[in-house]
Ligand binder design. Structure first.
Ligand SMILES: NC(=O)c1ccc[n+]([C@@H]2O[C@H](COP(=O)([O-])OP(=O)(O)OC[C@H]3O[C@@H](n4cnc5c(N)ncnc54)[C@H](O)[C@@H]3O)[C@@H](O)[C@H]2O)c1
Length: 318
């Protein structure tokens, strides 16, 4: 086992479907040397750690431990996937208040052992809870990040690529705003290898596209989680890889641009909420939030998304 003090160290709080999928993906990718697992039920975390340890003959060495918040002591990043699920008769807002209290408690527990980790929030509603984690921790805004619309952006790019029969890696587009109903697909900046989508359609594509293909893709991206939850109860594989791509960027200081959620500080006239914009991410966390030109309707929709988030925050006392 490798326990070198300067090795990257990631702790996952919440070993449900999402947390354990992240742990599994991290191990498969050989990204961490030390991995900590914390859950409200310690037995569950221990069971997951045991199961994951049996992967070790097949992957790069990793030291996997289940335990309490003392595991956060040397953590570079603490990923929070813990949360309650919606109980029968409970509104989304009740759930939001409940998860805000859970996140507040977790943040206090983390800081007791580690004064300056990067906290990566995945629990939903992720933008609201990223803001709660930021305010409750008092950490600098660049160190409190939400997984935001990284997953939605991946869905957008892959659906456009599929529609155009293209390699997804040549398809550049972003989903911004809330990770949820009010998110904004930025069609005006969508480009294929630098060629704006509209120009690409005229230049390189001879297909007849249905008039409403944009609407179909928009619905598909916006409603993907609902659809998957209806069919299989939860979503966890793709979000796990989205989180792993955020972790890889931070741990290896890749300085990649990803649509993580972070505190808005005047971008497009928005402040005092966390939401997603293309953001430069490195070992210090969010190093820059990019302010690219948007179409008027997109700017309007982004501000509306911010308004929805601020309203939710106010309704739970933030
Ligand atoms: N941001 C995204 O893109 C995205 C995508 C999918 C799911 N999610 C969210 O991730 C969260 C987790 O989803 P899941 O499917 O893994 O749920 P889950 O119910 O399987 O797991 C949640 C885990 O958190 C634990 N937990 C609850 N309170 C805790 C506490 N105070 N301390 C430690 N552990 C605690 C529970 O015991 C459980 O094991 C949900 O909020 C879900 O909506 C986010």
């Amino acid at each position: 086992m490798h326990t070198g003090a300067r090795m990257p160290n990631v702790v996952i709080v919440g070993t449900g479907m999402v947390g354990t999928s992240i742990a599994y993906a991290l191990i498969m990718k050989g990204l961490v040397q030390n991995l900590g697992l914390i859950n409200r039920s310690p037995e569950k975390a221990e069971g997951e750690a045991m199961d994951l340890k049996h992967c070790l003959p097949f992957v790069s060495p990793v030291n996997i431990r289940a335990g309490g918040f003392e595991l956060c002591k040397d953590a570079q990043v603490v990923v929070v996937t813990a949360g309650a699920t919606q109980a029968e008769g409970e509104t989304r807002l009740d759930l939001c208040g409940k998860n805000a209290r859970i996140i507040k408690g977790i943040v206090q527990d983390i800081l007791e052992y580690n004064p300056a980790p990067i906290i990566l929030v995945v629990t939903n509603p992720v933008d609201v809870l990223t803001y709660v984690a930021l305010r409750e921790s008092g950490l600098p805004p660049e160190r409190v990040i939400g997984s935001g619309t990284v997953l939605d952006t991946a869905r957008f790019r892959s659906l456009v690529a599929e529609h155009c029969s293209l390699d997804t890696r040549n398809t550049h587009g972003y989903v911004i705003g809330e990770h949820g109903d009010s998110e904004v697909l930025v069609w005006s900046r969508l480009n294929i290898a630098g060629v704006l989508m509209n120009d690409y359609c005229g230049q390189a594509c001879t297909r007849e596209c249905p008039d409403d293909f944009r609407g179909d893709i928009d619905d598909n991206v916006r409603n993907a989680a609902y659809e998957i939850i209806k069919k299989k109860g939860a979503t966890y594989y793709a979000v796990a890889l989205a989180v792993v791509s955020i972790l890889e960027t931070v741990l290896k200081n890749h300085r990649s641009v990803l649509t993580v959620s972070s505190l808005m500080q005047g971008q497009y006239g928005i402040s005092n909420v966390c939401l997603s914009l293309p953001s430069l991410l490195g070992s210090r966390g969010v190093e820059n939030v990019l302010d690219s030109p948007l179409a008027d309707n997109e700017t309007h929709a982004l501000r509306e998304s911010a308004r929805v988030l601020r309203e939710t925050l106010e309704s739970i006392g933030y």
